[in-house]
Design a protein around this ligand. Structure first.
Ligand code: PHE
Length: 349
């Protein structure tokens, strides 16, 4: 092989060199650029050349050497860490790899916080089944038989659609739990019921077919609307800070009379107006009202002796106002890039 041919062959070899591990890279370096390497050897040949050929050949060799060095760096970069990994696998003194322990879901963080706020003022936590009968989800709560909330539009029925006494459905609110508590407990009752609820809605950024609620109930002698307002004002301040205010707007629920929708001063813009509060300065946070006397008697409580208030909020809604999550679906997709942001476990993320 002529000198020219050897150079051409080496040029091709450098260009096509591959390496899977750091050791392959080192082998390449020794074979090409090492003291007895092929490129190094060519420089010895250069010394023997006649002066007039030296210049052109020397330039070509320098090119080859540079190309070999550049390829070496590329291979090093491409295999970086392979040697380290091999060492790791065989180093018995290395501390064990700790797993990824996971963290609480933002909805759990917020639910726990809501429960904590009410626990501190004497509320117990009650739970009930997610598959509910018509009586606990609707009838006892004063839903007339033809009320639209019983319609297939809103309710997932489990055993055939209908509003008969035997119908089973996924609960549409945790008011059903409060019926169960009133049926089995003598007042005074002070309880909250956190849990999953289901509604037959199209899934979008703003709605989901399942979400979480915390509903509350207080029944005793002489419970007043003023106490309801004081309780919810306390809740809003404990949850969002001492500067927030609440206001109540008249509303309608079959099981409360009077009923109200509760708004809170917008925590995002401080009341100045933004797109979260639709430039009103207020955001809706829950529904509430005085328990309808008919509901009390449906549950075996004498409405001439006792009165009560109830309220219910969506945990996702409260979480949105805290974490400003723009799309409800993120809460259900379990994308670790989303969940990682709450990994500190701190309530405010
Ligand atoms: N149950 C109602 C709902 O699901 C909320 C609510 C609870 C309203 C208690 C008033 C009183 O939206």
């Amino acid at each position: 092989m002529s000198l020219q041919e050897r150079v051409a062959a080496l040029e091709a070899e450098v260009k096509d060199a591959v390496a899977a591990t750091a050791e392959d890279v080192e082998r390449f370096r020794v074979a090409m650029l090492g003291r007895n390497g092929k490129v190094t050897a060519l420089f010895d040949d250069l010394k023997q050349m006649p002066a007039e050929e030296k210049r052109a050949f020397g330039q070509r060799l320098n090119h080859l050497k540079n190309a070999a060095q550049a390829r070496l760096e590329e291979l090093k970069a491409a295999t970086a860490g392979t040697a380290a990994r091999e060492v790791r696998a065989t180093d018995p003194t290395r501390p064990a790899l700790t797993g990824f322990p996971g963290s609480l879901h933002p909805i759990t963080l917020v639910r726990q916080r809501i429960v904590e706020v009410f626990s501190r003022i004497g509320y117990t936590v009650s739970q009930g089944p997610e598959v509910e009968d018509d009586h606990h989800n609707f009838s006892a709560l004063n839903f007339p038989p033809d009320h639209p909330a019983r319609d297939m539009q809103d309710t997932f029925f489990v055993e055939g659609p209908g509003s008969g006494a035997d119908a089973l459905a996924l609960r549409t609110h945790t008011s059903s739990v409060q019926v169960r508590v009133m049926e089995s407990t003598k007042p005074p009752i002070r309880t909250i019921s956190p849990g999953r609820v289901y509604r037959n809605e199209a899934i979008s950024a703003r709605a989901h077919c399942m979400f979480h609620q915390v509903e509350g109930l207080y029944v005793d002698k002489g419970v007043s609307f003023a106490e309801l307002k004081g309780t919810l004002d306390h809740f809003a301040k404990a949850m969002f800070g001492p500067d927030v205010a609440i206001r109540m707007r008249p509303s309608y629920f079959p099981f409360t009379e009077p009923s109200a929708e509760v708004d809170m001063s917008c925590t995002i813009c401080g009341g100045a107006g933004c797109n979260i509060c639709k430039h009103s300065g207020w955001v809706e946070i829950m529904g509430c009202g005085m328990v309808d006397p008919a509901v009390l008697s449906n549950c075996g409580i004498d409405p001439t002796v006792y009165s009560g208030f109830a309220f219910g909020m969506g945990v996702e809604r409260i979480a949105q106002l805290i974490y400003r999550v723009p799309d409800l679906r993120l809460y259900w997709e379990n994308d670790v890039r989303f969940l990682d942001q709450f990994a500190s476990g701190a309530f405010r993320g």
